[in-house]
Write a protein that binds this ligand. Structure first.
Ligand SMILES: NC(=O)c1ccc[n+]([C@@H]2O[C@H](COP(=O)([O-])OP(=O)(O)OC[C@H]3O[C@@H](n4cnc5c(N)ncnc54)[C@H](OP(=O)(O)O)[C@@H]3O)[C@@H](O)[C@H]2O)c1
Length: 223
């Protein structure tokens, strides 16, 4: 199968890329810097990977990326994301705009461009890497207002697209990867990127239905 993974150069995206390759899939790694050493090493090792430039917060970049894409995708993993630590009342307007563009509009407009150009296979899967911090039901506090608001918007995007894509038999999920040791999650996080990626890949292979919200262990999360 062909996997398209955004933000594939580090953190959870890199671990997902390695896990997908280990499972004999082809990976299109969509990243801001295609020269990233982590990916160049894989190319040199002859892995089944294509690295392409993509800034998910930029519509022109999305259009150019999809124009140049020579494959039809079976699984799109919208993984790229940003987090700014801001709490009420110390908020920055720009953090909300950047978070919204990257975490919510990026997945939506990338999906739309792929669909419009016929580059998502019927029966395919769209996986939005979301966060428990985007669950309204589970909210008591948050590490970041701009992050939680953008991830809650991504959850709505999952739900809306799941209805639209019923006719194409394309399923759409939100997945919370757990609290993961990455630049974003910090070193005190309990889960490694490899554990999270393995759980997510297992789930992608077996889940049923569409428009659902899971964590990386397969536990369903309330919206
Ligand atoms: N770590 C956690 O505990 C945790 C928990 C819940 C949810 N998540 C979600 O999991 C996903 C991956 O997080 P992570 O922990 O792996 O984060 P990370 O280590 O900070 O990596 C973020 C990735 O996103 C990419 N990215 C950011 N903005 C981008 C843009 N405009 N266009 C393309 N790529 C962009 C980064 O690329 P550059 O290298 O170019 O910056 C990097 O590859 C995110 O959606 C995050 O919200 C993480």
């Amino acid at each position: 199968m062909i996997y398209l993974i955004t933000g594939a150069n580090r953190g959870i995206g890199l671990a997902l890329t390695k896990e997908a390759l280990r499972r004999k899939h082809k990976v299109i790694a969509a990243v801001r810097n295609p020269q990233a050493e982590s990916l160049q090493n894989m190319i040199e090792n002859g892995e089944n990977i294509v690295v392409l430039k993509l800034d998910v917060s930029d519509c022109d970049s999305i259009k150019k990326f999809v124009d140049e894409l020579e494959f039809k995708v079976d699984v799109l993993i919208n993984n790229a994301g940003v987090l700014f630590r801001d709490k009420f009342p110390n908020l920055k307007y720009e953090n909300f705009i950047k978070s919204f563009e990257t975490n919510a509009l990026g997945p939506l407009f990338l999906t739309r461009e792929l669909y419009e150009q016929g580059k998502i296979n019927k029966g395919g899967k769209i996986i939005n890497i979301d966060s428990i911090l985007g669950s309204i039901s589970n909210t008591s506090a948050t590490t970041s207002y701009s992050y939680s608001v953008s991830k809650a918007a991504l959850n709505m995007i999952t739900k809306l697209l799941s209805h639209y894509f019923l006719k194409e038999n394309i399923s759409v999920l939100s997945i919370h990867p757990g609290w993961v040791k990455t630049d974003m999650g910090g070193m005190e996080a309990p889960i490694t990127p490899e554990e999270s990626a393995k759980g997510i890949m297992d789930l992608i292979e077996v889940f049923e239905g569409t428009g659902r919200f899971f964590d990386y262990t397969g536990r369903e999360i309330e919206w």
